[in-house]
Design a protein around this ligand. Structure first.
Ligand SMILES: [Ca+2]
Ligand SMILES: [Zn+2]
Length: 221
């Protein structure tokens, strides 16, 4: 910040308006500081990241280009399913309308970002938690190549289901580090969709990877 102050001060001083010499002496010397304050104020405003707008994605690219879509759905009883983890975070509300626990099942990379987002949500709104309505999906409720089928996609809301919070929730999700955040809809089953890369990502972002197994393994669901 000191560097910015010095730089902008010099820049402002170098660009003093032509009428500056006619200003009272004190004000003339104060002018660069005043101009610097404006510049720094604008910079700070620009750095305050805004809430996500409806249909905004971060980064602003197709999901398939950022995290890669699912090419093979994970099903129970397979080695791929055994690599999913069960998120038992008490600061997250799981909808679990399926009564199967599927909403808790996710890739370990997804779990890391969910666990990072939960405290941000608690800190943002008193008495409100992060809520997950979908994570791994085994019921074909999404499009055929959805990241949900690999446990790399999740649909999130605030626990009070306040739609007005979704834009801010999306920004918090970006801050938490999810690879891709999408303010998908704000009507009906309004939610923000988040997704993550394969872990570790395959070199070609393909469906299969010969990578070593992730850190955690799930128990039975
Ligand atoms: Ca669900
Ligand atoms: Zn989704």
């Amino acid at each position: 910040m000191n560097f910015i102050l010095i730089t902008t001060q010099s820049a402002a001083a170098a660009r003093l308006p032509a009428w500056a010499p006619f200003l009272p002496r004190g004000l003339r010397y104060a002018l660069p500081l005043i101009l610097s304050a404006f510049v720094i104020g604008s910079l700070c405003d620009a750095q305050a990241a805004p809430d996500l707008k409806l249909h905004e994605k971060v980064p602003n690219q197709a999901e398939k280009d950022v995290v890669g879509l699912t090419t093979k759905k994970i099903v129970r009883g397979t080695p791929e399913f055994a690599l999913l983890v069960k998120n038992m975070n008490a600061d997250v509300v799981f909808k679990d309308e399926e009564k199967t626990g599927a909403d808790r099942m996710m890739s370990s990379r997804m779990k890391g970002f969910v666990d990072a987002l939960a405290p941000l949500v608690k800190a943002e709104w008193a008495g409100v938690k992060l809520r997950i309505t979908e994570a791994w999906d085994e019921d074909n409720e999404h499009s055929g190549s959805s990241t949900h089928y690999e446990g790399r996609g999740a649909d999130i809301t605030a626990s009070d289901m306040d739609k007005a919070k979704l834009g801010r929730l999306g920004r918090l999700a970006v801050d938490a580090g999810f690879d891709w955040v999408f303010f998908e809809n704000n009507t009906g089953a309004a939610h923000v969709h988040v997704s993550v890369k394969r872990e570790p990502p395959a070199p070609d972002d393909g469906a299969s990877s010969s990578a070593p197994p992730p850190i955690q393994k799930s128990g039975q669901n």
